[in-house]
Design a binder for this molecule. Structure first.
Ligand code: GLA
Length: 362
């Protein structure tokens, strides 16, 4: 349905509901989130195989037309020991997407976390040589990318390589220790060999914060200058009601786009608490409530973000949420275990929140 007609219908239905005294019944969207964005970009969500059943699967099919494996395609879940590939969970996700005509973003081929220790050690537990690790990386990438060739349209090839310490460019890790900084280039080359048609992305967090943005830009520019096959940058949008500002977001999009890269918004959620990284215990004065102030701030922040995304539709070619609704979110466990967060467009009953309406009413 044409966007304007859909909105008119929605307004009419809401008016009827109010006229007939049903104003307390929250309005139901007449169509799925993705359908409001057909002229812009696919709308994705990260999933686990357990979300692909019953009502949850129906909800996902209704609102999203792209999926990403939250965990099932990371290095350790896929290859927990050398040569032992565990395809069951990843295959289920791919089958679900193919059956339902959804796009698939692959996540992630090389990361410093959730990578088995075996990668870096020989049978005596000693560090392997650069050549051995490169060969293991190549085999992993070729096997995984090869299996899903033609089904996965874009891969996060390297995840989170930039250090949190502003004095460094790359984060010190087993990858840099054993291979050196060019592990990033090698990963992209291996992925491109394995599927020359897949779009290859570098993915990271806090990439809209001005300081980190500059360092990510430096890395990406180096890769482009060396003709490394990289097609885009994934902005993990683990944002909050406190950041980013509209001007920071625009500045980052302009900067990355100036390299001729596509931009994917990946891992989108808008936490109602300030960003933190270190795990810590919940404090007694931390309430779980979703206050009116949070509701308003979150809906403004989502509204601002999607307004900018729509304006940048020529460079933003995908937007992926990290969790589908507030009933299940990784932010309930991290970094403050047990503190309820409310970062999604849908509440725990899968009902649209105010933020949803901000995102679709344009
Ligand atoms: C990072 C990773 C994701 C996921 C989140 C936490 O953003 O890229 O794969 O692990 O952390 O859910």
């Amino acid at each position: 349905m044409h966007t304007t007609r859909r909105h008119t219908l929605h307004i009419l239905l809401t008016c009827f509901a109010m006229m007939f005294g049903a104003s307390s019944v929250p309005p139901e969207p007449v169509t799925g989130l993705k359908d409001y964005y057909t002229d812009f970009f696919p709308i994705g969500v990260a999933v686990n195989p357990r979300s692909l059943h019953g009502d949850e699967a129906d909800f996902i099919k209704r609102h999203f037309n792209s999926i990403t494996a939250e965990n099932a395609m990371k290095m350790a879940p896929l290859q927990p020991a050398e040569g032992k590939f565990n395809w069951r969970l990843a295959d289920r996700i791919v089958d679900f997407a193919v059956t339902n005509n959804m796009k698939i973003r692959g996540h992630a081929l090389c990361w410093h976390q959730q990578a088995g220790n075996w990668l870096f050690e020989d049978s005596q537990g000693q560090p392997v040589s650069r050549d051995v690790l490169l060969e293991r990386l190549r085999t992993h990438i070729h096997t995984v990318v090869g299996r899903y060739k033609g089904k996965i349209f874009a891969w996060d090839v390297v995840n989170e390589a930039i250090d949190d310490n502003p004095n460094n460019l790359l984060r010190p890790s087993k990858w840099t220790e054993i291979i050196g900084d060019d592990f990033v280039e090698k990963a992209f080359e291996f992925a491109h060999e394995a599927d020359p048609t897949a779009k290859l992305f570098y993915n990271d967090y806090n990439c809209v914060r001005p300081e980190k943005m500059k360092r990510i830009y430096t890395l990406l520019k180096r890769l482009k200058d060396k003709n490394i096959p990289i097609h885009g940058v994934g902005l993990q949008a683990h944002w909050s009601i406190f950041e980013p500002s509209e001007s920071e977001l625009r500045a980052a999009l302009d900067q990355y786009a100036s390299l001729g890269l596509e931009i994917h918004i990946t891992e989108l959620d808008i936490s109602v608490y300030p960003w933190e990284k270190e795990r810590r215990a919940k404090q007694p004065d931390e309430a779980d409530a979703f206050t009116d102030g949070m509701r308003q701030a979150q809906s403004d922040q989502y509204g601002m973000a999607f307004h900018v995304f729509r304006e940048y539709r020529n460079v933003i070619s995908s937007v992926t949420f990290w969790n589908a609704h507030d009933g299940y979110t990784w932010l309930d466990y991290y970094p403050v275990a047990g503190r309820k967060n409310h970062p999604s467009l849908f509440d725990a009953n899968r009902q649209p929140k105010d933020a949803f309406w901000q995102v679709v009413n344009f």
